[in-house]
Design a binder for this molecule. Structure first.
Ligand code: NDP
Length: 313
């Protein structure tokens, strides 16, 4: 027998938890699928300084724990499973995890986005043996090393600064000579004496060695995008910070999405093309992508779902 809930929320981050908080506080029966990364992207970030209400900042994982507890206080139930298949063709909507089948009157999608990786063959060889996409998770392992960060956005800036707590040096490599990051972050990075910046360069190859069956990256080969010249640099660690891909594959062919896979919502609402299915957070927002905007859209999704459910009665 499938397990039924009035509202099922897929994905936990600021969007999913806020939707869960609002929907459960509106007296709806709500369950939230925590998925493969409970708490979402903020669980792999450092200090969040720009979430209103936390005057002195808060660590990302701690913030998500507060969000979870606040939603649970009003009855939202966390399910530690990943949804692998959905069928929105008829109501109640059907959702499957590896273990169970669920049905719901309404579904809120808050699956977020995941980090993009470089298309360099040797990246796979040294993934986890020098290369990472999460400074907060792995920075500690690179104490005293020469660390590289790839990317020119806010994430790259943030990670480069953070990694100076661990590395002997940090070099930020960006493929253009203009940065996508906000001015304040670029200035902070430029002012940091432990960060060196190389522009107009891309990774050509990760180079390493294998000792007694253990692989380790030791060098990184960069290619100048203007001259084509390559240079080899000693590198103990490399963090890839080149943006994200929306987690929307599950909904291909069912929900409208743009050419990059971001779910399309109608106007200012969180309505998708299927009535009763709503989307919020980074999976439908490639512009703002902030915890606070994700939380705001999670709130909107819960209100949209609540009103839509009331109309169906
Ligand atoms: P962005 O998409 O903003 O930046 C990605 C960067 O990676 C760009 O500089 C891009 O270069 C570069 N890049 C992309 N693909 C490649 C590739 N294949 N090879 C080399 N370089 C590549 O992603 P972020 O993760 O930095 O930021 C996402 C959002 O989150 C932004 O809105 C940002 O403002 C926000 N954010 C805010 C923070 C804060 O306020 N504290 C902290 C972190 C993120 P190019 O510019 O040439 O396209």
């Amino acid at each position: 027998m499938p397990i039924h809930h009035q509202v099922l929320i897929i994905g936990t981050g600021p969007a999913g938890f806020t939707a869960a908080l609002y929907a459960s506080r509106a007296n709806l029966d709500v369950a939230i699928f925590e998925g493969q990364q409970p708490g979402g992207q903020l669980t792999i970030t450092t200090e969040v300084e720009n979430y209103p209400g936390f005057e002195h900042g808060i660590q990302g994982p701690e913030m998500m724990e507060v969000f979870r507890k606040q939603a649970q206080r009003f009855g939202a139930k966390s399910i530690y499973e990943t949804i692998t298949k959905v069928d929105f063709s008829e109501r109640p909507f059907k959702l499957w995890s590896d273990n169970n089948e669920y049905t719901a009157d309404s579904v809120i999608i808050a699956t977020g986005a995941t980090a993009k990786l470089l298309d360099v063959p040797s990246m796979k060889t040294y993934w986890g043996s020098g290369i990472s996409a999460c400074a907060t998770c792995d920075g500690f392992f690179f104490r005293g090393e020469k660390i590289f960060v790839i990317g020119g956005g806010d994430t790259a800036m943030e990670e480069a600064n953070y990694l100076t707590h661990f590395g002997e040096s940090v070099t930020l490599v960006h493929r253009r000579d203009e940065f996508r990051a906000s001015r304040i972050m670029v200035e902070r990075t430029k002012k940091n004496p432990k960060v060196k910046i190389i522009t107009n360069a891309v990774v050509d190859e990760f180079i390493g060695e294998e000792k007694m069956g253990i692989k380790k990256m030791t060098h990184i080969k960069l290619k100048d995008t203007v001259t084509g010249e390559t240079t080899i640099h000693e590198a103990g660690g490399c963090f890839i910070a080149i943006g994200h891909t929306p987690s929307s594959k599950l909904f291909e062919g069912m929900l409208d999405m743009d050419e990059n896979g971001y779910l399309i919502t109608k106007g200012k609402s969180t309505y998708t093309n299927i009535p009763g299915v709503f989307a919020c957070g980074d999976v439908q927002d490639h512009v703002y992508r902030q915890a606070v905007t994700a939380a705001g859209s999670g709130c909107a999704a819960a209100i949209d779902a609540e009103r839509w459910l009331a109309e169906q009665e």
